[in-house]
Design a protein around this ligand. Structure first.
Ligand code: ZN
Length: 232
């Protein structure tokens, strides 16, 4: 056993890795959930579908190359528990592990084999400071590790905090989110196929706002990857 493996072994003994969905101690290997959760979690298999729930939801709003989510999200489910941990546990490695997991699926899909750059949906800087990490950026870095394309967390900026997504009518939300992203002029995305990544896709307004900015640059293509998509 190498020194690094020994240290990991000892750390696991005192701080066992827990299944991300049910927090039991029964998992080992590359997928961070236990066998029974893996059987239960609603994986979407969207990475193998040219048309799916995401492309349908964004139809007529943005021109998409491909789109995929790792899980379907429903309330009071294991996926909700998992997404809650991703955001609020204080541990950025959870999002990173999900990125590795999803990356292995994308790397085997013809729909995602020409990604040049990975761009996460940014957090507003106040929120980033409070949380300590951007879960979408950590997810993107995990994807980048597997896909071999760079992840650029600073390519987009969230210049104004969006209003609560649970209040107001849909048009008002769209306008507000739309106003709050800008491109970092120091990073040139033109001519590139961008994989835009986020944690949870609900109406798609946030992704739409970010994609619209990128698609305004010459010869750009957009694909989307999220951890979970909320069911209707
Ligand atoms: Zn479990």
């Amino acid at each position: 056993m190498k020194a690094g493996e020994l240290i990991e072994h000892v750390v696991n003994l005192f701080y066992p890795k827990l299944c991300l969905a049910c927090e039991c101690e029964n998992y080992s290997g590359t997928i961070p959930v236990c066998v029974s959760c893996l059987a239960e979690l609603p994986l979407t298999n969207m990475h193998n579908q040219q048309e799916n729930l995401i492309t349908e939801r964004l139809l007529g709003r943005i021109n998409l190359h491909s789109a995929a989510a790792l899980f379907y999200f429903t309330k009071k489910s294991k996926v909700q528990h998992l997404v809650h941990q991703v955001k609020y546990s204080g541990d950025p490695t959870i999002a990173n592990m999900l990125g590795h997991w999803m990356g292995r699926y994308l790397s085997k899909s013809d729909l995602f084999n020409q990604i040049d750059m990975i761009v996460p949906v940014p957090l507003h800087k106040d929120k980033l400071q409070k949380r300590g990490y951007n879960q979408s950026a950590e997810f993107g870095k995990g994807l980048a590790d597997i896909l071999g394309s760079p992840c650029l967390p600073d390519a987009l900026r969230r210049t104004k905090q969006s209003v609560s997504q649970t209040t107001g009518n849909r048009t008002a939300r769209l306008l507000n989110v739309h106003e709050s992203f800008s491109l970092n002029t120091g990073i040139d995305l033109s001519g590139k196929h961008i994989l835009l990544v986020d944690d949870v896709l609900t109406t798609g307004a946030t992704i739409e706002a970010c994609a619209t900015k990128i698609l305004a640059l010459p010869d750009t293509k957009i694909s989307i990857c999220v951890m979970a998509i909320v069911m209707d």
